[in-house]
Every structure is written in C-alpha cells, then in structure tokens.
Design a protein around this ligand. Structure first.
Ligand code: ZN
Length: 315
C-alpha cells in the first residue's frame, strides 16, 4: 500500500513534457535546452519561503492552458505514480489557473478526468481522484465560487474533494470561512492548506471550518493544546517533508516536527507535494523519515494506514 494524498499536478510535470508542450504551443521558454528547463522547474537552493516557492509554478502553468495538455499531464502523472508502485493518489490542481487559453472550468476538469481515466485504465493497480483547489488571493473570490460549482458538478465523477492553496502568509485562512460553509453545505469533502506558512491560528481556523484533513498542518506543533485537539479530533495531517525544507518551514532535515507529532499520536501521513519542483518521490520521503527520524517499517506502515483511512475516494 503506497498512498499520496497531497500531490500537485502543476508541481509534478515531466520536464520533457513541458518542453514538448511549449514547442507545440509556440510558447517561448526562458531556457535553451531541456536540461536547463529541468533546473528551472526545480526549486532554487536559495528559496526562502512559500511565496518564493510558488514562483516555480509560473512556467508549468504556461503550458497548461489547453485541453490536450491537461489530459496528457494528468495521464502522465498517473503513469509516473503507478510506475513508482502507488496504489492510490489524490491529484490536486486549481482549474482557475488554466483559463487563459479560452477553456471554461468545466472543460479543464473534464480534460483532467479524461486523462485520469485513461491512466487508471492503463494502470489498473492505481486508484486516484482529483481535488480541485481554491486559491488564496484578493482577486480569486469569483473564481473560487466557480470552482465550487464545478466541484459540485463533478463530485463523485472523478473529483473527490476540494482544497485551499496559495500564499497562506499573505491571505489568512479566516477569509475563507463563508466559502467552506458552502462546501460543507454541499456535502463535498475538503482539505485545507494550513499551518505551513502561517502558524497555529491558521490550523485552528481550518479546524473550526470542520476540516478533518490539513495540507501540512505541521506548525500546530508550536501549540501544545492544538496538538491535543488534532489527536482528539482524529485530524489527519498531509505532511510533505522535502517541500517543508524548501519553504524553510524546517530549517534543516533534523528540525522537522514529524517525529514529535507522530509520537504524540497525531495522524501524520507522508506525501510529495510537488514531485518535480521538490525533486522527490514518495519513496524518497519514506527514506527521509527512516534516515533522519529512525522510523521503522512498522511505523511507516502505520503512516500508510492513516493515509488509507483519510482517503476521500469511495468505491
Ligand atoms: Zn501543497
């Protein structure tokens, strides 16, 4: 059983595909070779925070404005995940970031569903679902409303839930209270990026919204009572260790809170976040846990069990 609950489509594109799509679509890239492009798609060594990390997504998004491109990259991601031995993945992306080429949100999501279905047919050992991301930002309210409408339409038909992504330090979780009230009302499952670039108050807020799963959530460790609440309410954290190093949530491999949270009984899971941007795989993340935090095979199995129990997919 190998499960990734937190992998972003646009952060996990094959560099060779970005190159080909750019060529096909006549998009000029700021590099002259495929090798250079691989470097460009990876987070730079000197990345200081989440806001800078998110800049790595500008280039992938340029090539994700057409139907065939979306279908292709979702298929390829399924192929890559199946190739790495995954049995289940929730692939997330923000359909509102693919509207520049004239598609509407339904078309973006349908293209993604088609790509996923093709992947799952070809690789039957893999199961998967899509999470549609709302985006934090002043100008995103209307687009977030439309994302919710699209999620309602495709929920249970490839879409398994929604998420809130984007610059958490700049746009507080609190701003999305009304949006998540409507998500709850619609009966759609949801996770929220919280406790990554912002602290315990963001996590508390997401819990108040009724979230049972949190993207990252690791900064809850700064507040003892909040950690107890996570345990009591059986909240699952979608932890992405390598990504946390890149956004400087953890300043070095030895100062990541995953061991502390796990030992305190929090349901932590391990995920990749962005396979290309963070140059990682689920296997590398497990190895990180073993290498720096002495996780045993049975502890890793426990983490996988937490992931299975938190999966949104049904049937
Ligand atoms: Zn994420």
């Amino acid at each position: 059983m190998k499960i990734d609950l937190h992998v972003h489509l646009d952060g996990s594109l094959r560099p060779s595909t970005v190159w080909e799509l750019a060529k096909e679509q006549g998009i000029r890239l700021p590099v002259s070779s495929k090798e250079e492009l691989s470097c460009c798609l990876r987070v730079p060594e000197d990345c200081n925070n989440l806001t800078e990390y998110l800049k790595c997504f500008d280039l992938p998004l340029l090539v994700l404005q057409r139907r065939e491109a979306i279908e292709r990259v979702v298929f390829e991601l399924c192929e890559d995940l199946a190739g790495q031995g995954l049995t289940y993945a929730e692939i997330r992306f923000a359909p509102q970031l693919s509207l520049e080429g004239g598609m509407n949100m339904d078309e973006v999501v349908e293209a993604a569903i088609d790509g996923m279905n093709r992947g799952l047919t070809e690789y039957p050992s893999l199961h998967a679902g899509l999470l549609l991301c709302f985006m934090r930002g002043k100008e995103n309210d209307l687009l977030n409303d439309r994302t919710l409408e699209t999620a309602k339409k495709y929920f249970g038909k490839g879409v398994v839930g929604v998420d809130l992504a984007g610059a958490e330090a700049l746009f507080p979780t609190e701003n999305y209270r009304e949006l998540f009230r409507r998500v709850r009302e619609a009966g759609i499952k949801y996770t929220i990026h919280a406790g990554e670039a912002a602290g315990p108050e963001s996590v508390r807020c997401a819990l108040d919204f009724g979230a049972k799963r949190l993207g990252h959530g690791v900064r809850a460790v700064e507040d003892k009572e909040l950690v107890e609440r996570l345990v009591q309410e059986k909240i699952t954290l979608e932890v992405c260790p390598t990504s946390n190093l890149h956004t400087k949530l953890a300043k070095d491999p030895y100062s990541h809170p995953i061991r502390t949270l796990f030992d305190q009984g929090v349901r932590v899971t391990v995920n990749t976040d962005n396979m290309t941007v963070s140059d990682t795989t689920l296997e590398k993340e497990y190895n990180f846990l073993k290498q720096y935090y002495n996780f045993t095979d049975s502890e890793i199995a426990k983490i996988q069990e937490y992931a299975r129990e938190a999966a949104f997919f049904e049937g």
